[in-house]
Design a protein around this ligand. Structure first.
Ligand code: GRF
Length: 190
């Protein structure tokens, strides 16, 4: 099974997925890392692991449609079968959704449907909830609304700083995401 990972920034989830693939825990190959910023740190990670990588930016295209068309062509070129979003900070447009129905997976740092959007961790922290967590879900045309595949709760200690909570959430992400991707890959292959 050929996977592409789409990311925008640091890429710690990408790193965790790569390690799981390298350890034989995910029966798949990462054939492409795509970043929508040329200087995203995740590109360095891909190079270090010798994973093919590419980047282009929305501003280099006439519009979002043209950007997504180029992305679709890139995915087709690499014969990508499953798309993993790992900190990819863009809405997936209809072209990509139609080409990959139920084949685009995302991770969100909150217990959806609570705290969707860009600042899931901070919003939960500011709401002073006693529990937040991590959600892995399929992508649909909404923002963080697609069918939920797996969730894991994270307790918020009243003494936690935002940074401590972020750290706890990321640790859970790095365990949960590779495990769920492995399950999805096995299910598709079965
Ligand atoms: C993660 O918290 C993920 O849940 C969210 O974006 C963040 C990406 O972090 N979608 P990283 O780039 O994987 O380190």
């Amino acid at each position: 099974m050929k996977l592409a990972v789409l990311a925008s920034g640091n890429g710690s989830n990408f790193e965790a997925i790569v390690q799981a693939v390298e350890a034989g825990q995910i029966p798949a190959e990462i054939v492409l890392l795509f970043a929508d910023h040329h200087d995203a740190y995740v590109m360095e990670r891909a190079k270090k692991h010798r994973i093919p990588c590419a980047s282009f930016e929305l501003k280099e295209f006439e519009n979002k449609q043209a950007y997504e068309k180029a992305l679709l062509e890139l995915l087709a070129e690499h014969q990508v079968e499953l798309i993993i979003l790992a900190g990819y900070m863009r809405i997936i447009g209809p072209g990509l959704l139609e080409a990959y129905p139920n084949r685009i997976v995302n991770i969100h740092p909150a217990l959806l449907p609570s705290f969707p959007g860009l600042h899931g961790i901070r919003d939960a922290f500011e709401a002073k909830v006693s529990e937040t967590g991590v959600t892995v879900h399929y992508i649909d045309s909404g923002v963080d609304t697609g069918p939920i595949i797996a969730q894991e709760a994270v307790a918020v200690d009243p003494a936690d700083t935002l940074e401590q909570l972020e750290e706890k959430i990321h640790q859970v992400e790095h365990q949960l995401y590779p495990r769920v991707i492995a399950e999805i890959v096995k299910e598709i292959q079965a």
